[in-house]
Design a protein around this ligand. Structure first.
Ligand SMILES: C[S@@+](CC[C@H](N)C(=O)[O-])C[C@H]1O[C@@H](n2cnc3c(N)ncnc32)[C@H](O)[C@@H]1O
Length: 205
């Protein structure tokens, strides 16, 4: 799981992590193998039950505290300083964060969609982009964004493409893929036109 390995690499021994929407709690297992205790939650009770049984089989259950919760509703947020949202949509992520007053020191997202909307709204919630990374898994591109507390004023390029990209090779590959994908759609939508123009003029450094 390249996506979850990339998140695992961004977690340090000082982070107390909650993986929201944990599904099989693969991230929790990876952290456990490094001796790191973490929290793993999912909205679905049967998913949490299965993840717990899997953790017991792998003998990592003592490293993972499982919680059934819609977002942060049943979570003791004071026990946590780092959030992970992987494989969830931008609007679900934002809905969850808008319902809490707690400020987290690190939030790592791999949202399924609308990364521009995520960047803008995270800024409004008091989180700015620390780093970004394009990940390729099974031929698909994913945007990992690590947020930190604070505000930034973003350029149009930063809102559409991101900021502080760590894997420029994959960013170029993804942008070339988007240029091909939107080749015949340029005049069909203003948002596609804007993105294509930004990609064409983008300076990689
Ligand atoms: C596509 S899976 C992603 C699993 C894993 N994080 C990954 O990236 O491989 C999304 C998970 O989010 C859970 N989920 C959806 N909405 C949620 C919410 N509001 N609170 C907690 N979990 C939620 C789903 O039940 C599902 O298990």
């Amino acid at each position: 799981m390249i996506r979850l390995e990339a998140i695992n690499n961004r977690i340090t021994l000082n982070d107390t992590v909650l993986d929201i929407g944990c599904d099989t709690a693969l991230l929790g297992s990876m952290l456990a193998k490094r001796g790191i205790h973490s929290f793993a939650s999912d909205i679905k009770e049967n998913i949490v039950k299965n993840a717990y049984e899997k953790a017991c089989n792998e003998k990592v259950n003592k490293y993972i505290t499982f919680i059934v919760s819609d977002g942060l509703d049943n979570v003791k947020v004071n026990e946590i300083d780092t959030l992970v949202f992987a494989g969830m949509g931008t609007y679900t992520i934002l809905k969850i964060l808008k319902r809490t007053k707690k400020k987290f020191k690190k939030i790592i997202t791999i949202s399924n969609n609308n990364h521009n909307i995520l960047r803008i709204n995270m800024n409004s919630l008091g989180y700015s982009i620390k780093e970004e990374e394009i990940i390729k898994e099974n031929g698909k591109y994913y945007n990992l964004i690590e947020f930190k507390p604070g505000n930034s004023k973003y350029t149009k390029e930063e809102i559409l493409i991101g900021k502080n990209h760590q894997n420029i090779g994959l960013l170029i590959e993804k942008n070339n893929y988007l240029l091909m994908k939107y080749k015949n759609l340029y005049d069909k939508s203003d948002s596609i036109k804007e993105l294509v123009d930004v990609i064409k003029n983008y300076k990689y450094n």
